[in-house]
Unconditional design. Structure first.
Length: 365
């Protein structure tokens, strides 16, 4: 190395070494504080609840605001990811969480789980959304992560039905940008003979496929991760899947970001046997039904407007076992304990034929 260059680099590198030591010492102090929190919870009988969604959301929100306040060199998203991992590791000192998700490994559901909980938990892939609910309800997992809607393909019906049927509560949400890549062992697109993909991904990449691989046979499979696994074993094939599956199965990217909608994203719910307290930036989800008579929906939702409660989502779905009867899934801005939301829900409950609060939880992002 050039001696002048080495001399100029020695100063910043020495400073970095000193800063790294300070960071390590502060991380150790933070970890010891986390252990002390665990001891205090144990004294008050709350040792079984190491993860508090509202507290973690408040910390991440405060960190993001601080980063913007002093104009940090790192992006807000990068800072959030770093502190997410710090909190995840510290939380594991109290108890390692078990998180069930729609598997197999390498799915977008796993990516959403890791985005929300960090890398420290034990992640448990499940064969179906129903199995995710069962894992949490049976105490095999502390939390579950399930897809609830996609910006291109709409609501995930099976998740909505299971939220209605089970007693679990929504305690968090995750927004995940969905980028689809064309993955293969083959060196170029011209050498592949078949395409493996989940049906939803085929729909989300429909126009790109018609413009680039219109004659290639498309083989629907159970998940994108399964598509990537099959492509790894079949050198004459390719698969549509995400970054995690590419890394897991060692596949090359023949084309990147092939989704038709560049803003394609999926929303996930975090489900648990307990709810979440108020974080100051929350949503509340519920499902209800209206009596079958004129003006019933207006009368049902009128309290929301009168109490100035913002409704961010309204989704209708056929009621289980009911011929031409529907239930309505609603998202509100605010926590169920906030005075306006509580008042509106109380009135709505008196008017609805059926009402179930699915949970209040910190809003994603």
């Amino acid at each position: 190395m050039n001696s002048t260059l080495h001399t100029e680099l020695s100063g910043p590198r020495t400073e970095i070494d000193g800063i790294d030591r300070q960071i390590l010492e502060l991380l150790d102090r933070r970890a010891r504080c986390a252990q002390e929190v665990g001891k205090i919870k144990l004294r008050y009988g709350e040792a079984g609840f190491p993860y508090r969604p509202e507290r973690e959301a408040q910390v991440l929100h405060r960190i993001a605001e601080l980063n913007l306040e002093f104009g940090g060199s790192l992006s807000t998203e990068a800072v959030r990811q770093i502190f997410r991992e710090v909190m995840s590791a510290c939380l594991a000192l109290e108890q390692q969480l078990k998180v069930a998700y729609l598997g197999p490994a390498g799915t977008f559901s796993e990516s959403a789980s890791r985005k929300h909980f960090g890398s420290a938990p034990a992640f448990l892939p499940q064969a179906s959304i129903d199995e995710v609910f069962r894992a949490v309800e049976s105490d095999h997992a502390h939390y579950g992560v399930v897809p609830v809607e996609n910006s291109s393909e709409g609501a995930v019906g099976s998740t909505l039905d299971l939220l209605l049927a089970h007693s679990l509560q929504v305690c968090g949400e995750v927004q995940l940008r969905i980028h689809h890549h064309l993955l293969s062992c083959a060196p170029e697109m011209g050498t592949v003979r078949r395409l493996y993909s989940h049906a939803q991904s085929l729909a989300q990449c429909h126009e790109w496929l018609n413009g680039n691989l219109v004659r290639l046979p498309r083989v629907p499979v159970a998940s994108n991760a399964e598509a990537a696994r099959m492509a790894a074993e079949d050198p004459e094939s390719c698969a549509i899947a995400g970054e995690a599956a590419a890394e897991l199965y060692g596949l090359s990217k023949l084309a990147m970001n092939i989704e038709d909608n560049p803003n394609n994203s999926t929303r996930f719910f975090v489900i648990a046997r307990h709810g979440a307290g108020s974080s100051g930036k929350d949503k509340t989800s519920f499902v209800c039904s209206a009596p079958n008579r004129p003006g019933a929906m207006f009368r049902l939702l009128e309290p929301l407007a009168r109490h100035n409660v913002d409704m961010s989502r309204l989704q209708s779905r056929p009621a289980p076992g009911g011929m031409w009867e529907y239930v309505f899934y609603v998202d509100l801005i605010g926590h169920r304990n906030d005075a306006p939301v509580a008042a509106a829900l109380a009135e709505l409950g008196e008017r609805a034929a059926f009402l179930k609060i699915l949970g209040s939880y910190p809003a994603a992002g």
